[in-house]
Design a protein around this ligand. Structure first.
Ligand code: SAM
Ligand code: DTB
Ligand code: SF4
Length: 332
């Protein structure tokens, strides 16, 4: 049945101004997911254009500075010591080696360097090396982001003082589905670290993963949590699960790509001024799906052949796609 014209324009045009809100209801978010696809994408793209250049995408590069051997049981993660995934446990990298990689990423056009460590939480002495990495990457003129697990207040202060721009700590999924994915730390633990990061004055990078067998209502719930924080995360990574052999979620059925695009569009509408990151999962995504993600408001990607331990598209493929779409890298 066709929707009446007035209803259609209400849906599309309703929040034209003051669209940065922190009071989303579950029903409103569920209604976004149920919109006709074209209406949803139109509204997301309209919102996107009020805050960003629609033809620019931010480029970050990731490096795993401490790989594998993690004591946590995150069901998606190749770095958990509990699963046989073929990822070997390594020590924290030397600062010089990290800076060599960062320089290479900068030369290849990345403006943000993101360093990840497979820790439940860092020890205080681990931060000596991490802070030196942050200082070194900043001296190269790149923005810095780290993801190290749970933090204490003292640790957030040290990271801020080292000049850290962003801290990535994901809620991963809805509060309701969370217990199916991780049992070794709670949703509340995550919220506490996020609050400490925010209070320290560091930009928050927080999102999650879809395609882990969750229901649409869980995707709605995850976005509700993110958009109803006292401040929106400045950066919102939406990861498509990379199914890694040996992890408990390795046989999860494919998520409908249109549902993934809806997730990006809903994130864009709910957090209009945040950078929405099309994160893990691009390696197996068609160029057409990626183009629809950009149309839906995604404006950041990871570039370089590796994420942390899994594959990411080669630069030639990304450069070609940017050319085909007339997309330029977002300046820092
Ligand atoms: N150990 C730290 C932590 O868990 O907070 C930092 C690194 S952890 C690998 C960073 C994030 O990567 C996770 O929260 C998760 O959202 C994402 N991630 C890990 N494995 C993934 C996979 N197989 N597919 C998609 N995203 C994944
Ligand atoms: C995020 O949300 N996605 C990135 C980054 N933050 C650290 C990590 C994706 C990891 C994918 C699995 C891997 O390569 O190990
Ligand atoms: Fe460890 Fe982070 Fe992987 Fe969880 S996501 S197992 S905490 S490295």
């Amino acid at each position: 049945m066709a929707i009446a014209t007035e209803t259609r324009s209400e849906i599309i045009e309703a929040p034209q101004i003051n669209d940065i809100r922190y009071d989303w209801t579950r029903a409103e978010v569920a209604a976004l997911f149920e919109m006709p696809f074209n209406d949803l994408i139109f509204r997301a793209q309209t919102t996107h254009r009020r805050y960003f250049d629609p033809n620019q995408v931010q480029m970050s590069t990731l490096l795993s500075v401490k790989t594998g051997g993690c004591i946590e049981d995150c069901a998606y993660c190749p770095q958990s010591a509990r699963y046989e995934t073929g990822v070997r446990a390594e020590k924290l990298m030397a600062v010089g080696a990290v800076l060599t990689e960062a320089r290479r990423a900068k030369d290849a056009g990345a403006t943000r360097y993101c360093m990840g460590a497979a820790w439940r939480s860092p020890k205080d002495h681990d931060l000596d090396g991490i802070c030196a990495m942050i200082e070194g990457v900043r001296e190269l003129g790149m923005e810095t982001c780290v993801t190290l697990g749970m933090l204490t207040e003292k640790q957030t202060a040290r990271l801020r003082d080292a000049g850290l721009d962003y801290y990535n700590h994901n809620i991963d999924t809805s509060e309701e589905y969370y217990g199916k994915i991780i049992t070794t730390r709670t949703y509340q633990d995550r919220l506490e670290t996020l609050a400490l990061v925010r209070d320290a004055g560091i930009n928050v990078c927080c999102g999650g993963i879809v395609g882990m067998g969750e229901a649409r209502d869980d995707r709605v719930g995850m976005l509700l949590t993110l958009a109803n924080f006292p401040e929106h995360p400045e950066s919102v990574p939406i990861n498509m699960l990379v199914r890694v052999a040996g992890t408990p979620v390795e046989s999860t059925p494919d998520l409908d790509p249109f549902e993934f695009i809806r997730m990006i569009a809903a994130a864009r509408i709910m957090m209009p001024a945040s950078v929405v990151r099309l994160s893990a999962g691009r390696e197996t995504m068609s160029d057409e799906v990626q183009a629809l993600c950009f149309l839906a408001g995604a404006n950041s990607i990871f570039v370089g052949p590796k994420l942390l331990t899994t594959d990411n598209p080669e630069r030639d493929r990304d450069n070609k796609l940017f050319d085909q779409l007339g997309i330029a890298p977002m300046p820092a």
